[in-house]
Design a protein around this ligand. Structure first.
Ligand code: ASP
Length: 431
């Protein structure tokens, strides 16, 4: 029987969760960690391995296909404005929900103490990590974007923005030189681009197994439910916010700014969403987001190859919404009342922090430390939300990549580069 890829991944996800659950009951946690989890790690590594080459090659190909530099600046400005707007909407929704629900008021003194005792160590590590990220001046982020050695940046998955800057310059150079000199270079990258897309198809063949392993490992590693109970209202607040973003705000934007059918859009990006959920990493999901958006939504490659890598690196609506709720939750748990201006400040810091958040699992917690510090909320409060962070991370990553896909569709439609897709089934492409 021939099943579509996203169904196979979904089956991997559900059976993985069930398998992990039963292994935990039978006390076979070590078996899962030693013999099952490594397959998940291999799958994530394969995706990450291909992410940097994909960004480099597809971005060069994309930009070299643009007619002139003014088209690039049009794309760039629309993308940045939309990314900033969606992030601000996300933080605002997070703050409004957190103020209405007041999840921090539901946590009693006893649970607070238990959580702080249990997770103080883990929280401490994140706080230490955040220390190293704290800026050394207002223009530090600007300096961080410009590398002094591109080969160092290329060998570091955390330096995505530096790579993007360099590759944009390379693409611009290609557009500006004489066409006959540029042609062999762009032809080379076009060929390489096809090879990389084929490698992604190959990697996706093992996606169901990778997802199965990741979910089984997650199940045996997750803390006991009793610790989570105190956090249920907080978790529900975050989830409601993420659902509003994913299923109301983005479809609303698509309806308002494009004529693209919303149902078709969600069907097209389903594999990327499931993968974001399973890997908790927008960067690892990027290769698949790219394929979904180009081949199934119909966004032309020159738009997708520019908008999506940038989005995976700087646009994290789900993360910033969660940070807003988490900040208020922790403040409330410590009986701190935040003033309106303190909360407005959170909108600003969370928007900026989402730019600096790495697209890897639980990176949002690290930048949350900076937001807490700015707002005068005890950073040790991070220990309160640790137990439930993983599932929320999975969900916010889905929102993050849905936002990237939405913005690329809107930008493509605004410049007339949204075409009727001719979808090929993933599995057919290997024949
Ligand atoms: N895991 C998220 C992502 O990769 C980042 C975060 O919120 O921790 O998109």
């Amino acid at each position: 029987m021939k099943l579509a890829l996203h169904w196979k991944i979904l089956i991997g996800l559900v059976t993985g969760l069930m398998f992990g659950y039963f292994m935990k009951i039978f006390g076979a946690n070590a078996f899962v960690t030693d013999w099952i989890k490594p397959f998940g790690t291999v799958f994530i590594n394969l995706l990450k391995m291909i992410a940097v080459p994909l960004i480099v090659v597809s971005l060069i190909t994309g930009i070299s296909e643009l007619k002139d530099i003014s088209q690039l600046s049009k794309l760039g400005s629309r993308t940045v404005i939309l990314y900033l707007c969606t992030t601000m909407i996300a933080v605002t929704i997070g703050l409004i929900l957190a103020n209405i629900v007041s999840p921090g008021k539901f946590i009693n003194e006893e649970s607070r103490q238990t959580l702080i005792e249990n997770f103080a160590g883990d929280a401490g590590k994140k706080i230490e990590l955040a220390e190293t990220q704290k800026s050394k001046g207002p223009l530090q982020p600007l300096m961080d974007i410009v590398p002094d050695n591109i080969f160092n940046s290329l060998s570091n998955n955390g330096s995505m923005l530096q790579v993007i800057l360099f590759v944009i310059l390379l693409g611009i150079g290609l557009v500006l030189i004489e066409p006959e000199k540029a042609k062999p270079v762009s032809d080379f990258f076009k060929g390489l681009n096809d090879v990389i897309l084929k490698i992604i198809d190959l990697i996706m063949l093992i996606a169901p197994i990778g997802v199965f392993s990741l979910m089984a490992a997650l199940m045996v590693e997750i803390p006991d439910y009793s610790v989570l109970q105190a956090l249920i209202i907080y978790a529900i607040t975050v989830v409601v916010g993420l659902l509003i973003m994913t299923y109301i705000v983005y479809p609303g934007l698509l309806k308002m700014l494009t004529k693209y059918p919303v149902g078709k859009f969600f069907k097209a990006i389903a594999p990327a969403q499931i993968l974001a959920f399973s890997t908790s990493s927008s960067a690892a999901t990027l290769p698949v987001t790219m394929e979904c958006v180009v081949e199934h939504v119909g966004v032309e490659e020159e738009v997708a190859s520019f908008v999506l890598p940038l989005g995976a690196t700087v646009n994290m609506d789900g993360t910033s919404l969660y940070q807003a709720v988490a900040a208020i939750f922790i403040a409330q748990a410590f009986s701190l009342d935040l003033t309106f201006s303190q909360q407005a400040m959170i909108v600003l810091t969370a928007t900026l922090a989402s730019i600096g958040t790495a697209a890897v699992p639980s990176a949002g917690m690290v930048t949350l430390v900076i937001i807490l510090g700015q707002a005068g909320i005890p950073e040790a409060g991070l220990a309160l939300i640790f137990a439930i962070d993983r599932p929320l991370d999975m969900l916010r990553t889905v929102t993050n990549i849905t936002s990237d896909a939405t913005v690329s569709t809107i930008v493509a439609s605004s410049v007339g580069l949204l075409k009727e897709p001719k979808p090929k089934e993933w599995n057919d492409k290997l024949k």
